[in-house]
Design a protein around this ligand. Structure first.
Ligand code: AMP
Ligand code: ZN
Ligand code: FE
Ligand code: FE
Length: 295
């Protein structure tokens, strides 16, 4: 068994994963992980349960979240790590995002119905089992009803950005996403840069520089769906710019059936020293904040 690994990007059924935080942590421990970050989309609701299980299993929990920022034409997600999940500013900010999601979701169902598909919003809510309904839940309902044969097909044909049933939702700007994470004492990391769909590494470098100006702390270079070349090049970019490097699987259980916790598509190895660097960065950010309020 592999040992001393970590996984800094996972989703539970508090957002659009299919397993509880407890089951997720147990599976991670079984796969050899010594530390795991739970990074549910736009929520910290799973972290209380996660804390209890982590203490019981003796696995280190990193409290996280993943915020979807305003960006086009690709996707920009910002991960927040070591956040205070009781921070009033954070909870208010995340509540607004949940409301925006709640306004968007019935519109997705309406679009699907306009396309002649038999998908009721109520079925999607029931499947999700919580108030953080996401597109993967729509996709799963479509699979179960035989409308598509896989979640990926549901995204490609209907739900992905640019597809016929895609509906925009209000998002935070990159600047506000980063500030919200910092206001909760955490560090902000650019998730899976390949999803930005930038044409060249120069464009990525320019974007990273502007995010760095807004306080970005790191880049998720090591990611299930990054090629070895991407992992290496994102890592070098982070190092050149004095940013930390993080890594994780983006495990969603049954909603991304090919992605395993800790090992991703099989070849993922994220090791503990990256978490030590993350923790050092957290201390730095907090020290700067204290310095700023005193001056
Ligand atoms: P939502 O937050 O409801 O907009 O849904 C975001 C979720 O949908 C994330 O878990 C993504 O991984 C997943 N997702 C977004 N775009 C795609 C895509 N093109 N293919 C597969 N999954 C996607
Ligand atoms: Zn997700
Ligand atoms: Fe993401
Ligand atoms: Fe994710």
């Amino acid at each position: 068994m592999l040992r001393g690994l970590i996984d800094l990007h996972t989703h539970t059924l508090y957002s659009d994963g299919s397993v509880t935080p407890s089951r997720l942590l147990a599976s991670a421990a079984n796969a050899g992980a010594v530390a795991v970050a739970i990074t549910d989309h736009d929520t910290v609701a799973g972290l209380a349960e996660a804390r209890e299980t982590a203490d019981r299993l003796g696995i280190e929990l990193v409290k996280g979240t993943e915020i979807s920022a305003e960006y086009s034409p690709g996707t920009m997600h910002i991960l927040g790590y070591d956040i205070d999940d009781h921070s009033p500013a954070l909870l208010t900010g995340l509540d607004d995002l949940k409301e925006a999601r709640g306004r968007r979701n019935p519109d997705i169902a309406a679009r699907l119905q306009e396309l002649g598909l038999d998908v009721e919003y109520d079925e999607v809510v029931e499947l999700a089992g919580n108030d953080m309904v996401g597109r993967p839940h729509f996709a799963q309902v479509m699979v179960r009803k035989g409308i598509v044969s896989s979640i990926q097909e549901a995204f490609d044909r209907f739900l992905a950005k640019g597809a016929p049933a895609y509906v925009e939702k209000k998002r935070l700007s990159p600047a506000d996403s980063i500030s919200l994470i910092h206001s909760a004492g955490g560090v902000a990391v650019l998730a899976h840069p390949y999803q930005l769909r930038l044409g060249s590494s120069d464009e990525l470098e320019t974007l990273v520089d502007s995010l760095r100006g807004l306080g970005l702390d790191g880049i998720e270079a090591i990611y299930s769906r990054h090629t070895p070349e991407q992992r290496e090049s994102y890592k070098r970019l982070a190092e050149r710019r004095g940013l930390i490097v993080t890594g994780g699987s983006d495990f969603h259980g049954a909603y991304k059936p090919d992605i395993n916790i800790v090992t991703g598509l099989g070849d993922l190895r994220v090791s503990y020293p990256l978490l030590e660097q993350l923790k050092a960065r957290v201390r730095q950010v907090r020290m700067n904040q204290t310095g700023n309020t005193q001056s």
